[in-house]
Ligand binder design. Sequence first.
Ligand SMILES: [Zn+2]
Ligand SMILES: [Zn+2]
Ligand SMILES: [Zn+2]
Length: 336
Amino acid sequence: MTSKDRLALYQDPSVQLLLSKFVRGEIVELVPSFDLNQTVRYPEVEEVVEGDSGAAKKLVEKLWDVGIFKRKFHEKILVCPSCLSVNVSNDYVCPNCNSIDIERKTLLEHTACGNIDSVDNFLVEGGLLCPKCNKELLEAGVDYQKLGAWFQCSQCGKRSDMPSPIHRCRTCGHIFTIRDTGFVNIYAYRLGSEAEEEFKRSYLVMKPIGVVLEDFQFKVEMPGQIAGRSGALHRFDAVATKGSSELVVLDVIASEKQIDEVPVASMYAKIFDVTPTQSILVAMPGLTEKAKRLAGLYRISTIEAENSQQAADRIKDKFGWAGLSGNEESLGDLQL
Ligand SMILES: [Zn+2]
Ligand SMILES: [Zn+2]
Ligand SMILES: [Zn+2]
């Protein structure tokens, strides 16, 4: 359940597809749909894993496990304790012989003569007739009252007020009661707000930038880690390598207002140890004059942009001609 697990999942194309739908508001909540054969299905997730319902369920659980999804109790499903099938019937049986072959009998009272008998004995073609006084019973509640019901077993003939409830598994035939029933909770899922921010940052924001770096024939990791000369590991929003000689590191910082020199200084602390061939700081929307001067001093190339697509375009424009490989000449040009 570490952030590393989550970051690895954000790199998975199926996860990217699914989470992007949440971010765009196309999915708000994954509502489970009950399925007799598979217990539960998540149709929106199946779409991103080529219709594989088993893989969809596994993915949902994984995303919950690492804290990307939040879940809410949706339904409790009864399962066969023997084979775990959810295809289970609810039956009522004779408490005497356990036969399912029982019938419900209703007791009627004829108001006029007071005769009480089973409804069967009143039934005639087209209506009800009192077997004692032969008068027709027309209006319920006036001519006659329903006094209640009982159940009669067609096998052993015993009557009872209340037959016994049992469950029967339609898959393996196992018969069981509430005492041995298995229960499975099923959940609805949402994208957690922290995970949403993390995903936007690690994938949506970085994606256009990553595409540009790949266009320059770099192998890109987003985020990426590199060991410095000190042996310490440093994390950058993107680490791009070409062979063993070229190493470009890139950090992205976004804010509501102009960004000051603090992120410039902290990037410098990392590149001082890592010594990449090129360091790029993307600032959205931009940097203060002081921050820009400091970046120049530290040989950090800065890109100011309104959004990540614009940042990607500007990286392409700025580095397109010379490429990203930082020789002294191009570095001089880049630092403006
Ligand atoms: Zn079963
Ligand atoms: Zn019986
Ligand atoms: Zn009567």
